[in-house]
Design a protein around this ligand. Structure first.
Ligand SMILES: [Zn+2]
Length: 218
């Protein structure tokens, strides 16, 4: 059932694209009442039963758009909208260089310096003007975790070395912790966006988020 591994765009209750899940997951969320299918032509939403019923009427349209099994014949939901905020599917927030920068708003957590726009931010990242730093240095037992790694400018980074904040008399701009939510919708490059998603995605986004997100943290 390759179709079940296809991709469905997930919107939150404010109709913002927040995630991509498998078609299988989407149908399961739909079935459990945690999400509704969005008809991408007229933006009406359907629960599982209504969607199944509508699907029956369309079943002859295009076979590729349907999941058919002995017990189920349903049009593939390409976009779903979540019904309950606290029922968001759990997901792993990737502990990556870029996500830490996003969390820290691209600002050095020691001196507060930050790029003036996203374009500068990316070039700061590439040229290591903005870097990552272990708050409690690794040499002093500091771990590589959301709680102990922050964005730091090159200057602060080298000044800090393996000293602690206390020794330097420095303060963090903000207490670092694990983001509760992915800072931005991260579409893996292998995912080909469906035409039905276009209304929900900012096209500019597609042109700016092609950064490799898997850099190892030093
Ligand atoms: Zn700094």
């Amino acid at each position: 059932m390759g179709k079940l591994n296809g991709d469905t765009l997930v919107l939150n209750r404010s109709w913002m694209a927040v995630q991509i899940c498998s078609v299988k997951r989407a149908i399961s969320l739909l079935y459990q009442g945690h999400a509704r299918v969005v008809d991408t032509e007229d933006f009406r939403t359907y629960n599982f039963e209504d969607w199944s019923e509508v699907s029956q009427q369309l079943v002859q349209v295009d076979e590729n758009d349907f999941i058919c099994s002995p017990t189920l014949s349903i049009r593939i939901p390409r976009v779903i909208v979540l019904m309950l905020y606290d029922r968001l599917p759990k997901r792993h927030v990737r502990f990556s260089r870029k996500n830490i920068f996003e969390r820290d708003k691209w600002q050095c957590q020691y001196c507060g310096i930050k790029p003036s726009n996203k374009k500068d931010a990316l070039s700061w990242m590439k040229s290591n003007v903005l870097n990552l730093d272990h708050v409690v240095p690794r040499a002093r037992g500091g771990k590589t975790t959301w709680e102990n790694v922050v964005a730091s400018c090159y200057k602060c980074n080298s000044k800090k070395g393996s000293k602690t904040l206390k020794e330097l008399g420095w303060k963090l701009k903000k207490e670092p912790n694990k983001p509760r939510w992915h800072p931005t919708l991260n579409i893996p490059l292998k995912v080909v966006p469906h035409k039905e998603w276009v209304s929900f995605l900012d096209l500019a986004y597609w042109n700016t988020e092609l950064e490799n997100d898997n850099d190892n943290i030093g």
